[in-house]
Design a binder for this molecule. Sequence first.
Ligand code: BEZ
Length: 211
Amino acid sequence: MAIRLGDEAPDFVADTTEGPIQFHAWKAGQWAVLFSHPKDFTPVCTTELGSLSALRPEFDRRGVKVIGLSVDPLESHQRWTADIRDVTGNTVNFPLIADPDRTISRLYDMIHPNASETVTVRSVFVIGPDNKVKLTLTYPASTGRNFQELLRVVDSLQLTANHGVATPADWQDGDDVIVVPAISDNEARTRFPKGFVAKKPYLRVTPQPNR
Ligand code: BEZ
């Protein structure tokens, strides 16, 4: 079944390159990124896992755990990591789930049969400390993901979860943010001591509050 924003991220047990896990226990109340890739020993996936490994300190800094999945077996994941290191210079530094019987892929609707009957698409789930799904992305096998964009989205999710703000198009950490329409002008004056500018009655911008 499709997983939608606000749904609880289903729990599961899995074999990973870092040992067996129970997902919710592994996540331990932190933010997490669960992503799938179609297949080991394929070119785009090799570049993706190298890029994501290079960015792991940035995910750590935000308190976000990272875990990958494909339908290949554990032994394949383990052999492939040597290639990823050779090609990208990065050692895979997060667990990779082996899902050969496709139990977890189906649970998270990561197999889109009209794209491929057998392998997962490039799914991303950002899951909050409350285990609720905060963001989903789906890319086809032919398009590698931009993991800097994933960090940008995490910054927005973490900011907007804790303040009465939303982030505009192309926002980057440090840019001005939008006061959500549910907050009145009076309340906004109290909540945002640096003030706000009303470009329209419904579009009020204020400096990023946590800086
Ligand atoms: C790739 O990672 O390059 C890839 C994987 C599956 C299908 C097509 C491309």
